[in-house]
Design a protein around this ligand. Structure first.
Ligand code: PDD
Length: 289
């Protein structure tokens, strides 16, 4: 069965699902996207993702292709037509199609929208088998990393550098030697003093939905954490490091630049938070459908 994509109002088999060569997404990466995880037929943290999508569109002054109720229907329809209950849905909205000029088209144009979906492996049960390795890499991105733009070339190059070294994630370090985030994840540490930390929100990082959901769970369970910047040195000296994202959930990083993090195993905090987030995904009160 061919995969089905939604493209500007139609549901089409992938080979027929095409966009115009003058789409500004193709020409300029003038667009935004979201990735939402679907577990057992439920979209996880759906409203957080759709709120962030609205914000990205607003910040870039791209028109909304449709209201939220209609968007929810499209997401469900793509899942249904692809017969997926365990997977990820990708949605992308660009400014639309116009003759190539850098500035926005003088007359308003309709935005373009594409939604695809793919199956993923069942939710991980054993965190000791759900780990990653990482390298550090210079953060070469722009000053609006809070917008989930499709312009991901520095992220792509950083991820590729990680892969070239046999690692899965690149942890980005800014010009001041401070960790921003991963190339496609937010980064948390348990520092050498045992304090759970992640970088505060700002223009330098994506406000991760998993980060926000985990932070809400931590607060609700009275687990202390700190939103404070930390350096590449703090990262190197950390007892535990882990990443969060819609498709990695809470994933311990057990090796950094070839050296073990802590004792090289999955630490107690990562274990606790992995379990906490698994309950969130399986329908905890803060992730109501
Ligand atoms: N990546 N930081 C960056 C740069 C990201 O691209 C992502 C998400 C995150 C985590 O955000 P969230 O928890 O909302 O997924 C942080 C997605 C999954 C991607 O690009 O595929």
């Amino acid at each position: 069965m061919s995969r089905i994509a939604y493209v500007n109002g139609e549901y089409l088999p992938h080979p027929e699902a095409v966009v115009n060569i003058e789409d500004r997404g193709y020409q300029f990466a003038d667009g935004v996207y979201e990735v939402v995880y679907l577990n057992n037929g439920r979209f996880i943290d759906e409203d957080r993702h759709l709120d962030r999508l609205d914000r990205s569109l607003r910040e870039l002054r791209i028109a909304q292709p449709m209201g939220r109720p209609a968007l929810r229907v499209v997401l469900r329809e793509v899942m249904r037509r692809n017969r997926i209950r365990e997977g990820i849905v990708y949605m992308q909205i660009t400014r639309g199609v116009a003759r190539r000029e850098h500035a926005f088209p003088a007359k308003p144009i309709p935005p373009s929208m594409v939604v695809t979906a793919r199956r993923v492996a069942p939710y991980p049960v054993d965190v000791t088998k759900w780990t990653a390795t990482a390298i550090t890499h210079p953060d070469q991105r722009w000053e609006r990393c809070d917008i989930k733009s499709t312009a991901l070339l520095p992220n792509v190059l950083a991820k590729e550098a990680a892969h070239a070294q046999g690692a899965q994630e690149a942890i980005l370090v800014d010009a001041e030697g401070m960790v921003t985030e991963g190339s496609s994840t937010n980064i948390w540490i348990v520092d050498k003093n045992g304090v759970l930390r992640t970088r505060p929100l700002g223009n330098e990082i994506l406000p991760g939905c998993t980060r926000a959901a985990l932070a809400a769970e931590l607060t609700a369970h009275g687990i202390a954490f700190e939103e404070s910047r930390f350096s590449a040195e703090d990262l190197r000296d950390a007892r535990e490091v882990f990443q969060t994202s819609a498709s990695s959930f809470v994933k311990p990083i057990v090796k950094l630049n070839g050296a073990p993090v802590g004792d090289g195993g999955v630490g107690p905090v990562a274990k606790q938070l992995f379990a906490l987030f698994a309950r969130h995904v399986q329908g905890g009160p803060r992730n109501a459908a």
